[in-house]
Design a binder for this molecule. Structure first.
Ligand code: ADP
Length: 633
């Protein structure tokens, strides 16, 4: 008879479970609702995959990340397990087919994005589907008190009512105690078993550096710590600037953000994974679902706005359990900026109504219509058109989303599709009268089976190869066929989609629960302030501070973070102190920035200079002005 261990061995070839995996699996097999908190890379997927394989039926997996979903499905299929995913890129017909097969028990795993749960069709098919387990990945998305609330997740409670006896497993890598309780409530869990793997990471050394000149520091750290690295920035433009700069300085680097074309993103990610590129400079769009064990260094060039996000991103370093570093750079003006941005992130009711009105005008939606419709929506174009502030606009849309009025989905790659919409006779006639289009018509018929009856995916590149044409020429000819009413042609796209969940109202009738918005603003501010406290902290071990935030008591200091190492360092003896102080004062006869000062004093450990400098500043022998220039008093 199969056991969890034999399944693990049979399909994955692993000899042992990692800590907590087996407990979680046993809890599910006993039919218990379960909440599992495990750091990224801890091995969460095994926790639902193994019990699902031990039981009859299909495991329904809900996850918001399409790329991750595809990876996991491919991964399972490689191991000979039948798995399939439903996400925004599929046609209704394809979705129905998959759901029908699922109901007949053809799959062991059905992955679904939360947006898909909302369709009526999905619920119809749920009825009678032989589900054995409901697995909810990134479960913190269900909580409005969490850092990544997605209202579509609330629909999971409805899904549960279709399988009242089936246990739910909620998985997350970061949730504060309040969010943990909320997850259990929102998922209607009954006496859940809660498993928490310690958030402490013994091999990861955390540091925080207050820096005026971050560029200089970046290079300095990359020179000191060899190996593969990630540098996180807040804005897209900067990823490119920094990557170029590093390149000039002889460090191999690439940049990555969600605005790059998909092929480009994949190519860069691959190059980095294969260690052809050492440093990836990126926004937080990078890293999700990437399982690269040997990342030695994660640098935050800009500060994230919550410890949850920070912990996840920093945690991508050192998954191989070897020593790794997470360094966060910040300065006080940056904290002030983040504080000031809160007002823009939580706009007022009139601001929200104005933006709603602009969207409707922009897309030319008449009052009383739009429910259920999808539109391509490029927020940058939109903002330019009405000269709106991007942060306010984006935030207002997020609020409209959280209020269930509309939904802005991540950009989805939709391959081109085509279908013939004439009969064969007309087609032959076209072939004769339009000889220039004839080869393409023939190629379509020969290459894509079923193109007469249903919309099929077509690939311009492939057609270009067959016809010995440029890809652009093929696209143009396909468009001509479309205009003549011979085919229906939908070119590929990769654009965010805006979907209306309610019909268009006149802006004055728009109802937004501002109390709820206020409450979210309050929790956002609390999270941001917790982040401020973390970076300003000069006393508590970083690991202790982090795990305490996630509700864990950790008595042991990590011994390897900046705070612990500073404490362990032997204090300078007096002569040495005097000597360094004299050298510093001598240099500072000319005012200068810290990086230059450090350069002027080679051979002395940087930390020692900083210690001495701190003392001189506190004694007011040296001052530091608002631009960070050091001067002798
Ligand atoms: P998470 O979802 O928690 O980030 P994954 O489920 O992707 O983590 O697992 C991370 C990696 O660890 C994967 O490569 C997975 O195959 C591996 N892994 C999981 N469980 C075990 C185990 N018991 N033994 C060895 N490797 C494991």
């Amino acid at each position: 008879m199969s056991t969890p261990a034999s399944i693990l061995q049979q399909y994955w070839g692993y000899a042992q479970f990692r800590p907590l995996q087996e407990d979680i699996i046993q809890s599910i097999l006993a039919g218990q609702d379960t909440l599992a908190l495990m750091p990224t890379g801890g091995g969460k997927s095994i926790c639902f995959q193994v019990p699902a394989l031990l039981q009859e039926g299909v495991c329904l997996v809900i996850t918001p990340l399409i790329a991750l979903m595809r990876d996991q499905v491919a991964n399972l299929q490689r191991r000979g397990i039948s798995a399939v995913a439903i996400y925004a890129g599929l046609t209704n017909k394809e979705v129905e087919q998959v759901l029908e097969n699922a109901r007949r028990g053809q799959y062991k795993f059905l992955y679904v994005s939360p947006e898909r749960l909302q369709g009526r069709r999905f619920l119809e098919y749920c009825d009678g589907m032989p589900v054995n387990l409901l697995a909810v990945d990134e479960a913190h998305c269900i909580s409005q008190w969490g850092y990544d609330f997605r209202p579509a997740y609330l629909q999971i409670a409805t899904i549960r009512s279709y399988f009242p006896k089936v246990p739910v497993l909620a998985l997350t890598a970061s949730a504060t105690p309040r969010v943990q309780t909320d997850i259990c409530d929102q998922l209607l869990m009954q006496q859940p078993n809660v498993f928490t793997k310690s958030f402490a990471r013994a091999n990861l050394s955390y540091s925080v550096l207050e820096e005026e000149s971050r560029q200089h520091k970046l290079k300095h750290i990359l020179d000191k710590v060899p190996g593969c690295a990630i540098v996180y920035c807040r804005n897209r433009k900067r990823t490119r600037q920094l990557a170029d700069l590093l390149h000039l300085q002889g460090i191999s680097a690439a940049h990555y953000h969600a605005g790059l074309p998909p092929e480009e993103r994949t190519a860069r990610q691959e190059a980095w994974i294969k260690n052809e590129v050492r440093v990836m400079v990126c926004t937080n769009a990078f890293g999700m679902g990437i399982d690269k064990p040997d990342v030695r260094l994660v640098i935050h060039y800009d500060m994230p706005d919550s410890l949850e996000a920070y912990y996840q991103e920093a945690g991508r370093a050192g998954r191989d359990e070897q020593k790794a570093y997470a360094v966060l750079l910040y300065n006080e003006p940056e904290l002030d900026e983040l504080q000031e941005r809160i007002a823009q992130q939580y706009p007022t009711l009139p601001e929200i109504k104005h933006i709603y009105q602009c969207i409707m005008n922009y897309l030319q939606v008449p009052v009383g219509s739009a429910e259920g419709l999808y539109f391509d929506f490029d927020i940058n174009e939109f903002v330019k058109h009405f000269q709106l502030n991007i942060t306010i606009t984006y935030s207002a849309m997020r609020i409209l989303e959280q209020e269930g009025i509309l939904q802005l989905s991540e950009s989805v790659y939709l391959p081109s599709r085509a279908m013939f919409i004439t009969d064969r006779e007309t087609l032959y006639a076209v072939g004769e009268t339009q000889p220039a289009l004839d080869p393409l018509i023939k190629a379509l018929l020969r290459t894509y089976e079923g193109i007469f009856d249903i919309e099929v995916r077509v690939f311009e590149k492939q057609l270009a190869r067959i016809l010995r044409l440029q890809e652009a020429q093929v696209t143009e000819k396909l468009q001509q066929l479309h205009q003549r009413g011979i085919i229906l042609y939908r070119p590929k796209k990769d654009e965010p989609q805006l979907c209306f969940l309610q019909e268009r109202l006149q802006a004055q009738y728009l109802r937004i629960n501002m109390e709820r918005v206020e409450e979210r603003k309050r929790t956002y501010t609390e999270r941001l302030h917790a982040m401020f406290r973390y970076v300003r902290n000069r006393q508590t071990c970083r690991t202790q501070a982090l795990v305490a935030y996630f509700g864990e008591e950790e008595n042991k200091e990590c011994g390897i973070c900046d705070i612990c190492t500073a404490r362990k360092r032997k204090p300078l003896n007096e002569t040495e102190f005097e000597r360094i102080a004299a050298l510093v004062m001598e240099q500072l006869q000319l005012p200068m920035h810290l990086p230059l000062l450090l350069e002027q004093l080679p051979g002395i450990e940087e930390d020692r200079i900083l210690d001495v400098l701190q003392f001189l500043v506190s004694e007011e022998k040296v001052t530091r002005d608002k631009d960070g220039i050091l001067k002798m008093k």
